[in-house]
Design a protein around this ligand. Structure first.
Ligand code: GLU
Length: 485
C-alpha cells in the first residue's frame, strides 16, 4: 500500500513571504489536496535570528488569507509538534551526537582563517572549493592538542567517496559527484544546528513523503540524503524530491525586489484577490493541461500533478496577474465585492462604516465592477459620493475653468434644475438633448466637463449613474461650485 502523502512548506521567513515562497506553498498545498494528503507548515529558523514572531504570525496569516489551509503546523498543531525548528534543538543535538558516535560525523577544529587559507589555495590551484578533510581522522593526541589550545569544534558530516543519484519528480535523474559535495557542517561551534541537519531530520521525523521546493535548493539535496542515510532511513523511505522552476522577472533574472514586486503583502495592500494570486501563481511553472488561464482553487486541487510542472523557468508577468485579478473581481457577487471593498474604503477614510454609507457603496459597486483591476482603486472611484467638502483635483481644475467648459456647465445646470424624477435616464436625456444635440458638442467634451464638476476627477464611474447616486441637490451644488472656480 502506498504511503499517505505528506507535503511540507518550510520557509525561513525573514520578512513577508514573497511570490516565490507562495508559489511553492501553493504547489505544496495543491499536491496535498490533490492526493488527499497532509499539508504541513514548518518554520526553519535555525540559520538566522531574523525570523521573528511577527514574521511567523504574518506568514500564517498570509497562508490563511490565500486559502491554503494547514493540516499541521504552528497554531493548528498536529502530531509533530513543535513546528518551529528553534524549539526542536534537543532533537538535532541528539542526532548530531548519534552521527558522531557512528563516525558518520566528526569534530572539526579548523579555524575560520585556516578554512579561508584552504579556499585560497583551492582557488589558486583551480580546484573545486570545499572542506579538505583536515580533521576527518584526527588522532587522540591531535584532538587533545586542539582542546588544550581552546579550539571549539564544529560537527562535520563525512561525505563518502562516490556520488548521490536521485530521481527528481520534475527533472528526472539527477546526480552529484561527491568531489563537489565536500564534508559539511551540521552543528556550529556554539551548538546550534545548520539548516541541512534540521531540514533532513525533520522531514524524516515528520514523515514527509514529498519535498516540493524551489530549484535553488536542488544542490542541497545530496547533503540531505546523506543525513537520511546516517539516520538509518531505507532508500525506499526517502522523501521524493521535486524542484520547482525559478520564477523570473521580466528581465529574465530571478524575480527579486530589484526587478519586480515580490512581497505578498504588497499585492494584498493593492487589492489583489487571493484567488487571483493563486490562479496566477499556479500557472507559473504548471499548466492544467490545456490553455485555460482561469482556474479556481478547486480546479487547482483537482488538476494539480507534479508531472505537469515544467522544468524551465517561469516568467512573472504583472499584466497577466492584473488581467486575472480584474476577471476575478468581475466574477464576485455584489455582496462579496462589498465585503472586499469595505476595508479599502475605511482604510482610506472614505467611509466610517455606517449602515447608510454601506448601503450607498453597495449601490455604487456595480458601476465600477467592470472598470477596476485592483480593489485599491475603489476609494478613489467612490470618494466623490462621500466627501463633505468637495474639491476638484488640482490637475483637473483648468479643464473646467475655460469659457467653453463654463458654458457647458451653465447649460447643464439649467437643464438639470427642472428634473423632478432624478434618475440616470432623465439626467442623460436632459444632458444629451441640450449639450450634444442643441450645442453640437462632442460627448467627450460635454460630459467630460460635467464629470469633473460632479466627481472632481476625469476618472470616475459612469457619469449619469454617479449623478443619480449622488442625488439632485448635491449634483447641482457641485456644478454651481465648479462654475465659481
Ligand atoms: N527553509 C528553506 C528556505 O526558506 C527551505 C527549506 C526546504 O524547502 O527544504 O529556503
Amino acid at each position: 500500500m502506498s504511503k499517505k502523502v505528506k507535503v511540507r512548506f518550510a520557509p525561513s521567513p525573514t520578512g513577508d513571504l514573497h511570490v516565490g515562497n507562495i508559489r511553492t506553498a501553493l504547489f505544496d498545498w495543491a499536491y496535498a489536496r490533490h492526493t488527499g494528503g497532509t499539508f504541513l507548515f514548518r518554520i526553519e529558523d535555525t540559520d538566522t535570528t531574523r525570523v521573528t514572531d511577527e514574521y511567523i504570525a504574518a506568514a500564517i496569516d498570509t497562508l490563511k488569507w490565500l486559502g491554503l489551509h494547514l493540516d499541521e503546523g504552528p497554531e493548528v498543531g498536529g502530531e509533530n509538534c513543535p513546528y518551529l525548528q528553534s524549539q526542536r534543538l534537543d532533537i538535532y543535538a541528539m542526532w548530531a551526537q548519534k552521527f558522531l558516535d557512528q563516525k558518520d560525523a566528526y569534530h572539526c577544529y579548523c579555524s575560520a582563517e585556516e578554512l579561508e587559507a584552504t579556499r585560497e589555495r583551492q582557488r589558486a590551484a583551480n580546484v573545486a572549493p570545499g572542506y579538505d578533510g583536515t580533521c576527518r581522522d584526527l588522532s587522540a593526541d591531535q584532538i587533545a592538542a586542539h582542546k588544550d589550545n581552546g579550539r571549539i569544534p564544529v560537527i562535520r558530516m563525512r561525505m563518502p567517496d562516490g556520488g548521490t543519484t536521485f530521481v527528481d519528480q520534475i527533472r528526472g535523474e539527477v546526480s552529484f559527484d561527491h568531489k563537489f559535495v565536500p564534508d559539511f557542517v551540521l552543528v556550529r561551534g556554539d551548538g546550534s544546528p545548520l539548516y541541512t541537519l534540521a531540514v533532513a531530520v525533520d522531514d524524516v521525523l515528520m514523515k514527509v513523503t514529498h519535498v516540493l521546493r524551489g530549484e535553488d535548493l536542488l544542490s542541497s539535496t545530496p547533503r540531505q540524503i546523506r543525513v537520511y542515510q546516517a539516520m538509518g532511513v531505507a532508500e525506499a523511505d526517502y522523501p521524493l524530491f521535486a524542484h520547482l522552476p525559478f520564477v523570473m522577472g521580466q528581465d529574465n533574472a530571478k524575480l527579486s525586489k530589484r526587478n519586480g514586486e515580490v512581497s505578498i503583502a504588497w499585492y494584498r495592500d493593492k487589492g489583489f484577490l487571493p484567488e487571483a494570486i493563486c490562479n496566477y501563481l499556479a500557472l507559473l511553472g504548471w499548466s492544467p493541461g490545456d490553455d485555460r488561464e482561469n482556474v479556481s482553487m478547486k480546479e487547482i486541487c483537482e488538476l494539480f500533478t507534479v508531472e505537469k510542472v515544467h522544468s524551465s523557468p517561469a516568467r512573472f508577468d504583472m499584466k497577466k496577474l492584473e488581467a486575472i485579478n480584474g476577471d476575478k473581481i468581475r466574477a464576485l457577487t455584489i455582496d462579496e465585492f462589498l465585503t472586499w471593498s469595505l476595508p479599502f474604503l475605511t482604510k482610506e477614510k472614505v467611509i466610517t462604516g455606517t449602515d447608510a454609507e454601506i448601503a450607498l457603496v453597495k449601490k455604487a459597486l456595480p458601476l465600477i465592477q467592470e472598470r477596476i483591476i485592483m480593489l485599491s482603486e475603489i476609494p478613489q472611484m467612490l470618494k466623490f459620493l462621500f466627501v463633505t467638502k468637495f474639491e476638484v483635483e488640482a490637475d483637473s481644475v483648468s479643464k473646467i475653468t475655460d469659457d467653453a467648459s463654463k458654458s457647458v456647465l451653465k447649460r447643464a445646470l439649467k437643464e438639470l434644475e427642472p428634473i423632478t424624477q432624478w434618475s440616470h435616464d432623465s439626467i442623460e436625456g436632459a444632458l444629451r438633448s441640450s449639450l450634444i444635440e442643441d450645442m453640437g458638442l462632442k460627448p467627450r467634451i460635454a460630459f467630460g466637463a460635467v464629470r469633473i464638476a460632479i466627481t472632481g476627477s476625469t476618472i470616475s464611474p459612469p457619469l449619469f449613474e454617479s449623478m443619480e447616486l449622488l442625488g439632485k441637490d448635491a449634483s447641482l451644488a457641485r456644478i454651481s461650485q465648479a462654475l465659481a472656480l
